[in-house]
Design a protein around this ligand. Structure first.
Ligand code: GFB
Length: 310
């Protein structure tokens, strides 16, 4: 990409998309387009075709999607399957038919890997075993997207790459306590509990382990890969180190400076017990990739989204 390249970010108002846009602007890219879903419905094949016919973007970051946490995934599995599948298929077809010079980066997710894996999880684990039930719809749709990037490349020479970000957090999240992701929910619950001096309730047993990728570190990697990676093999974007949910809580207690009674709602599932990514492949392409620790990213997030001053 150069500073005048025509770059589109689908999903530009979301957590990852807004971070990619911030970072692109910071790096001097000027010709950016980020259509909102009201302007361009990615589920509508005709609208997607029209977009590629008229705009002919040179680079597309496809980070749009129906996303959610473990509960949102469990309760809307068909919606997650349908919407995420249709969006990427509409885009790949439109690129093939109307804008074959476009290079596309597609973000899948580490939930595409089987429920159980040797840790850390290498990219070669894709399609090697049964999926975690709680997010099967999302995982199948994202897996389909990865395969689409590979097959459109194979048959039509489309420049398409696929990346697998791990559990994320950072500025501009939704903080939806019911359907949203784990890390922003933990943060919001702590902020609210401190304000109201109440106890805290988390889900499951607290034993599962997860990585925590600060969204700007993910955006940096996506932009770097757009500029420096051309192969069909998927790439994990993780941190390589993880924490149990209980360890996340201990960090939050310290940083937010609030300790209270913790309750566990075990009617909610644990999900997969561990999913730490192997980031050897990413580090080989991007040797300077150095994702920040949760404590540091948490402080940034508290400042950006909760007016935290410390
Ligand atoms: O599913 P999960 O990787 O994250 O893990 P998202 C959530 C873990 O945190 C489970 C526990 O063990 C939950 O029981 N947990 C504890 C909580 N308290 C909470 C809470 O207040 N909210 C939530 N959400 N979890 C997604 C996947 O979910 O992770 C997506 O379901 C995607 O498909 C993404 O792969 C990376 O809940 O964030």
């Amino acid at each position: 990409m150069n500073s005048n390249s025509k770059i589109t970010v689908f999903g530009g108002s979301g957590l990852v998309g807004s971070s990619i846009l911030r970072e692109l602007k910071k790096q001097g890219y000027q010709n950016l387009d980020a259509p909102r879903s009201k302007e361009l419905n990615l589920l509508d094949k005709n609208q997607v075709e029209e977009y590629f016919k008229t705009k002919q973007p040179e680079f597309v970051f496809m980070v749009a999607g129906l996303v959610g946490g473990i509960y949102g995934n469990m309760t809307h599995p068909a919606d997650f399957l349908y919407q995420n599948s249709m969006m990427i298929l509409n885009i790949m077809e439109a690129i093939k038919n109307f804008s074959p010079q476009t290079k596309i980066l597609f973000t899948a997710s580490t939930c595409i890997y089987p429920k159980e894996n040797p840790q850390p999880i290498k990219e070669t684990r894709f399609m090697t075993g049964p999926l975690e039930e709680t997010n099967k719809g999302y995982a199948v749709a994202k897996g389909l997207g990865i395969v689409a990037t590979q097959l459109y490349r194979q048959q039509y020479n489309i420049q398409s790459i696929a990346v697998m970000p791990t559990n994320m957090y950072g500025p501009n999240d939704t903080y939806d306590l019911k359907n949203g992701h784990m890390i922003p929910s933990l943060i919001k619950k702590f902020v609210e509990a401190k304000k109201n001096n109440t106890s805290l309730t988390f889900w499951g047993t607290g034993k599962p382990r997860r990585e925590a990728l600060y969204v700007d570190d993910c955006a940096d990697a996506c932009i770097y890969l757009m500029n420096n990676y051309e192969e069909k093999e998927l790439i994990n974007i993780g941190t390589g180190f993880d924490y149990s949910i209980k360890e996340f809580i201990a960090i939050l207690e310290e940083v937010i400076d609030y300790k209270a009674q913790i309750n566990w709602d075990t009617s909610k599932p644990d999900g997969t017990l561990e999913k730490r990514t192997d980031i050897t492949r990413l580090k080989k392409i991007m040797p300077n990739f150095a994702p920040r620790f949760f404590q540091a990213g948490l402080k940034e997030t508290l400042k950006a989204d909760f007016g935290w001053k410390n």
